[in-house]
Design a protein around this ligand. Structure first.
Ligand code: SF4
Length: 496
């Protein structure tokens, strides 16, 4: 999910007149401001999506003009973090307390429609995620935003409830007006006179929800150094060899929080991607190792290759896959790709698999049937389970001790025949099929691509037929027969 850097999140908050600590943004490549702001100040490098900035030295307190100048020059230049968009110079304020607030999308529940949820705590600052018991949850409608008086009523027991209610009114308005997925302010500084102001903030959004007029503000074209990772280059090669359908993967560059579950994702389609982002936005205990979108009717061959690439991602604790929910991505074929991927990967991951779309029941049935033979635990779901329910089960399946297995050996040597679009090598083992009748894999092909040649005791390709790379022939050969037909789907070779 794209994240806005703090200086842009401040623009959104300013629109609703939410009070903030004084700030001045200096863009990379521009002149240093003259005169420089009066110390002490905090300099914060602006890198979209970057987390743990303080630990990386990207947030610094400068107590003298000379230090402001030298730190500014350093943070505006390329460094180990790449190239920041610029630096936010934020004033230092004397706080007597720190509050926390966040708005998120919420799916609703029994008797409650989907809408927004406001989380508020009078105990903000670092480590707020460990103090979740202190959070007040206020559900609100996105069509009928809460007024200061409404919010005040939810803040019973707090001396300054009215001040907080007025502050949060603009906060909720910012969240709703810009159709954000997450808006977080931490800390909100409490000043000696009792007033509140945002000291640090961030926002996450979904590209498809950004209005045309706000496109420029939300364009996160980070100039941060981002060479493609090996995984991303592998996926580029998969796309080159099999261009039909979308396969997009971007590995997360930010460091995961120490205790978070690291989730490798295979999200099929923008809908699945958006649901996942809504379910995990703002959660510190779940860290998505990658963005992903595999959709647009891609073949099971391609789904398999992308999944194999995802399973190679180091450091992941669990795989989460959601089906497309779209009619044209057959979930039985997708399940065949998942089964093949999990049994042929040397580094399989325990997996939460949600099927949604054509043949979703058959897809789930297939995985349930083969699950006992897999080297990892899997749990399957149908589309009525939202990803937020899956998120709650991650801890039950995930493992920090990544297993390595000896996968099912790949067929070797020259194939019996091959198809080129999508690319795949087929191997027929006659000794595993002594009968003169056609093996069941031939009839299993939905496109009649396979022909039994009894005279030669061989399977051949039907002239003019087109293989759609669905894997049904191999599934039937393994489940209903003797494994006489195997398909080898080579992975692209990409150097580390
Ligand atoms: S030969 Fe037929 S069953 Fe096998 S992958 Fe191709 S289309 Fe699917």
């Amino acid at each position: 999910m794209p994240a806005l850097p703090e200086y842009k999140t401040r623009i959104l908050l300013a629109d609703s007149k939410v009070p903030m600590v004084e700030g001045l943004f200096v863009a990379a490549g521009s002149e240093l401001p003259s005169p420089l702001p009066k110390p002490p100040v905090y300099l914060k490098a602006q890198i979209p999506g970057a987390t743990s900035r303080a630990a990386q030295g990207l947030v610094r307190r400068s107590d003298s003009v000379a230090k402001i100048e030298s730190d500014l020059k350093e943070l505006l230049s390329p460094g180990s973090w790449g190239q920041a968009e610029g630096v936010l110079i934020a004033g230092a304020v004397k706080m007597i307390g720190e509050y926390y607030a966040a708005c998120m999308l919420e799916f609703g529940g029994t008797g409650r429609l989907p809408g927004g949820v406001l989380l508020f705590s009078t105990r903000g600052g670092s480590g707020v995620e460990e103090r979740s018991e202190s959070l007040r949850k206020i559900h609100f409608s996105l069509l009928n935003l809460p007024t200061a008086a409404d919010l005040t009523r939810h803040l019973t027991g707090l001396e300054n409830a009215h001040t907080i209610g007025s502050f949060l009114e603009g906060f909720c308005r910012t969240f709703a007006n810009y159709k954000l997925i997450v808006l977080e302010a931490n800390p909100i500084g409490v000043l000696e006179d009792g007033s509140l102001l945002v000291v640090d903030c961030r926002a996450e959004f979904e590209n498809q929800a950004v209005s045309k007029t706000d496109k420029e503000l939300f364009s996160v074209t980070s100039s941060a150094k981002e060479e493609k990772s090996r995984l991303e280059r592998v996926v580029d090669k998969i796309n080159e060899g099999d261009p039909a359908g979308t396969a997009f993967i971007r590995e997360e560059r930010a460091l995961p929080p120490e205790s978070a579950w690291r989730v490798a994702t295979n999200l099929c389609g923008g809908g699945g991607k958006m649901l996942w982002e809504m379910a995990t936005g703002g959660r510190q205990d779940i860290f998505s190792m990658n963005e992903s979108d595999t959709s647009g009717g891609l073949s099971a061959f391609k789904s398999y290759r992308v999944l194999r690439a995802i399973l190679e991602m180091e450091g992941s604790h669990v795989l989460l896959l959601t089906g497309s929910g779209m009619g044209f991505q057959n979930q039985y074929y997708l399940a065949a790709a998942i089964w093949k991927g999990l049994r042929e990967s040397p580094t399989p991951l325990p997996a939460l698999l949600r099927f949604g779309g054509t043949d979703e029941d058959k897809g789930r049935e297939l995985i349930e049937k083969v699950a006992p033979g897999l080297p990892v635990k899997v749990k399957t779901y149908l589309p009525h389970t939202f990803p937020n329910a899956m998120v709650d089960e991650i801890g039950k399946l995930a493992t920090k001790d990544r297993i390595k297995v000896k996968p099912t050996p790949q067929p070797e040597g020259e194939p019996s025949f091959r198809v080129t679009v999508p690319p795949g090598d087929f191997f027929f083992y006659p000794d595993k099929w002594p009968s003169n009748e056609a093996p069941p894999c031939v009839a299993a092909c939905p496109k009649n691509v396979l022909v039994w040649n009894a005279a030669k005791h061989a399977i051949e390709l039907a002239e003019g037929a087109r293989c759609i790379g669905c894997l049904m022939c191999e599934v039937v050969s393994l489940l209903e027969s003797n494994g006489e037909l195997r398909i080898r789907l080579d992975m692209p070779e990409v150097t580390r």
